[in-house]
Each structure stands twice: as C-alpha cells, then as structure tokens.
Design a protein around this ligand. Structure first.
Ligand code: EPU
Length: 419
C-alpha cells in the first residue's frame, strides 16, 4: 500500500492542467450501456474508480477499449446482473441500474453499503424507478428492478438533504427510453448532470432543463452511439485552488470552466485571495493567511461538499475563527481528527466544524479515510513544518489523477513510497 510524504514549506507557482471529471465520467460510461452501438468518450481521467467502472461494463458484456484518455464502449449484448464482487469497490456502480432498466427493463445490482462519509441510501433512486412503473425488490443484498414497460411520470427527487446527483442521473437514464414524458422535479443541477444529459442527447435522447431543478425527458424508442468529451473536474480544480491558497504565490489552472468554480472562488475571495479568470483558465493569487469565513456546503451552485475537507485544511492556519457547516453529508468530518494530530484547533458542533486558526501546522503521520479527506491532508502538509506522512493513499488514487506529480510540477515536494 503506497503512502505519500509531503515535505512542507515549498512555495507553489506555475500551472496545472485539470483532468476530466470523475463524477461526470462514471455515469457517462454507465450510459454507454443504453445502446448497442459504439460510444467514444474523451477526457476520461485515469483513476481507480474509472477502472472499476470499466471492469463493471466488461462484466456486463460490453467491449471496452482504452487508449490514453479515450474510452470506446460497445455494448452490443449485455447482462443485467452486477454482483457484489464487482460493485462493492465503488458506490457509483449503482448508476448502472438506470441504463439497464431503461434498455432491458430489468437490473439486479448488489446494494452499495454506507461509507465513511455517512449513510448512503438509494431510496430516492428507487422511488424514481417505481414512479416510472418498475417493481423494486431488495433481497439477499441485491436490489432488483424490473418492469414490463416504463411509462413517463412526474417524479419529485428532493430528499431531506436536498437533491440527489446520482439519483437524478439514474432516473434520467431510465426515462430516456420510457414511453411518454417524464418530468423530474427537485432535480440535481450539478454540471455533471448537465454533462450526462448532453451525452444522452448526443445519443438521440430528448432531454431539456438539465442544470435546473426541473428536467423534462421525452422518451424515445432507441439510442445510438455518440462521441463526447467529459467536462473538466471542478473538484480537482478546486483542490488545486486551495493548494494555491495554502502555499502558492500564483497558480493557474488550465482546462477549467470558471463558472463551475464560482462558489469555490467566492469562498477564496472572502478569505482574502485573488482570483483571475479567462475563458478556460483560472488563476489563484496567494495572499498569506486566510481571513476567517463562514461556509455551508449545499448542492450546486452553492459550495460543494466535495470541497469541505480541503477548505477546512486551509482555514486551520487562518486568522480568527471560521465555521464550516456540512449540510449534504452531516457526518463527513473524518479529516478533523487527523488535522488535529497536525496541531489544528477544531471543535465539532453537530454538523459544523469550528476552526480556530493556528500559526502553523506540524507534519505528522496521518490516515486517509476517504477521497476528499485524503486530499485535505496532502494540502495541509504543503505548508506544515516537517513531513506529513499520508497513509492509505489508495483513497486519493480513486479520484485524483497523479496528484503528487501535478503538485510537484508547481514546486511541491511530495514523494510516493511503496510500503
Ligand atoms: N440521499 C438520500 N437518498 C438517496 C440518495 C441520496 O437520502 O436515494 C442523500 C445522501 O445521503 C446525501 C444527499 O442525499 O445526504 C446527497 O447525496 P447524492 O445522492 O447527491 O450523492 P451521490 O449522488 O451518491 C455524488 C458524488 C459525490 C458527492 C455527492 C454530492 C458521484 C459519483 N458522487 O454522490 O462525490 O459528494 O454527489 O454532491 O457523482 C466524491 O467525489 O468525493 C463524492 C463523494
């Protein structure tokens, strides 16, 4: 198992090219199951979560080819059962349910468990399938959905924590091949949902309103093959923006959509950093210690939960007291105990982290618990004194393409050690 050693105190400057979005690529690859014809997907990031998804597609009977960032999927004949062995490694495997139900009118997929960021139910996905006329059975650890036919309906997908991203994706992917019109109310408006809708439309689907809270889908008889380029990863970009704020003088991110980064930019501006944008680049101008901020994570376009841990890492060395509240996954604070081992002063009050800035964190051995928490620990190590040893880095490789090489390219000193 690899570990990462971050030698703190290096000044970062230069530019980084942002990879394709993990959370777009995963459902888009699953959507390739909706047609017998080949689909060509570009800008697919090289991540272990993507490898798991490609394994699942191969298991389902699809032919999968990968040449650097381009993946070709041809799902001429498919199976409809995805067993525990192949889906347990990644929660996002649940997004094969929608395309299988849409195309074959049945799917059996092992249920995803919870994870360290909290309970991860799929009740809203299932509610959506039921509204389309499917029967749902949960037995022996599997969820089975089946229907003689799917019929368009108005479905409200708003849950007690707001909208659901993969739930919206899943229902959209089933509804594209349903009879009649499906309206999803309370839909997730994340750019990754829009990216999936654009790909589905390129395959011949008729979807309007993606990116708003109401998505209207007119069912079609069948979909055809298509080509698509995955959007830049706004969370990878945001992570490097925070790295630049922690340890940078001037860092430019290339291949980004500045609009997708607005909430993260606003938070950094509030903390006193400079942000300059052009068509597809964004520059963060370092400005010493962050000013205190109050932040609440919420669905897009507000501040993303996937950036909460990284922002906590920044604020640990800020002036005064900052408060970061998690409203999407209220238990997503596994990084707090690890940051405290580095000298951070953080108190958890319910779903809020109250962070009192300290002069400087100190390097320590720390344990990565999930993807974004691991990234936060690497970021915290960038300015900490001494060496921060981040263990269990397989979490980070799930969602960041060569984070160590990319940060080293702008002046960081990070080593990856095989243990
Ligand atoms: N929820 C329900 N019922 C459901 C589905 C969700 O109550 O049926 C709740 C969740 O427990 C949570 C909230 O609704 O409190 C939002 O969850 P959502 O369904 O939107 O999460 P997701 O679609 O499973 C995606 C990303 C996550 C990201 C969330 C929120 C992918 C592959 N995953 O998960 O990304 O945190 O949306 O934006 O797209 C990550 O990349 O590190 C990551 C965890």
């Amino acid at each position: 198992m690899d570990k990462i050693l971050v030698h703190g105190g290096q000044r970062l400057s230069g530019s980084i090219r942002v990879s394709g979005s993990k959370n777009s690529a995963l459902p888009i690859l699953a959507a390739c199951l909706l047609t017998k014809e080949p689909c060509i997907i570009r800008h697919v990031p090289d991540l272990s979560d993507v490898h798991y998804m490609l394994q699942i597609l191969s298991h389902m009977g699809a032919e999968v080819e990968r040449a650097s960032g381009t993946v070709t999927v041809r799902a001429e004949k498919i199976k409809t059962v995805a067993p525990y062995d192949i889906v347990r490694k990644m929660r996002a495997s649940v997004c094969v349910l929608g395309p299988l139900l849409g195309r074959e009118k049945e799917a059996t997929v092992s249920l995803p468990g919870g994870c360290v960021i909290g309970d991860r139910p799929i009740d809203l996905h299932l509610r959506g399938f039921e509204a389309l006329g499917a029967a749902v059975r949960v037995e022996c650890g599997n969820v089975k959905v089946f229907a003689a036919r799917l019929k368009g309906q108005t479905i409200n997908l708003r849950g007690k924590f707001g909208s659901t991203v993969l739930g919206t994706d899943n229902v959209m992917m089933a509804a594209v091949l349903a009879e009649g019109v499906t309206t999803i109310e309370g839909a997730a408006a994340e750019p990754e949902v829009v990216d999936l809708a654009n790909f589905l439309n390129a395959m011949g689907a008729k979807i309007e309103g993606a990116g708003t809270r109401r998505i209207v889908i007119e069912g079609v008889e069948e979909l055809h093959g298509a080509e698509h380029s995955v959007i830049p990863d706004r969370i990878e970009a945001g992570t490097f923006m925070v790295a630049a704020a922690i340890a940078g003088s001037r860092v430019t991110l290339r291949r980004v959509v500045p609009d997708h980064l607005k909430a993260i930019s606003d938070a950094l501006i509030q903390a006193g950093f400079g942000i300059e944008t052009a068509r597809d680049t964004l520059t963060v101008v370092g400005n010493g210690k962050p000013k205190p901020v109050e932040l609440v994570t919420e669905p897009y376009p507000n501040f993303p939960t996937d950036m909460q841990a990284q922002m906590c890492a920044l604020l640990c060395e800020g002036e005064g007291i900052s408060v970061v509240t998690e409203s999407v996954f209220p238990q997503r604070f596994m990084h707090v105990a690890e940051l405290k081992r580095m000298g951070a002063q953080i108190t958890l009050e319910g779903a809020s982290a109250v962070i009192k800035g300290v002069e400087r964190l100190s390097g320590a051995p720390v344990m990565a618990s999930d993807l974004r928490a691991s990234a936060a620990l690497v970021l915290a190590g960038l300015r900490a004194s001494g060496v921060t040893e981040v263990n269990r880095v397989y979490h980070i490789d799930r969602g960041y393409e060569s984070i160590d090489d990319k940060l080293n390219g702008i002046g960081a000193q990070i080593e990856r050690v095989k243990v």
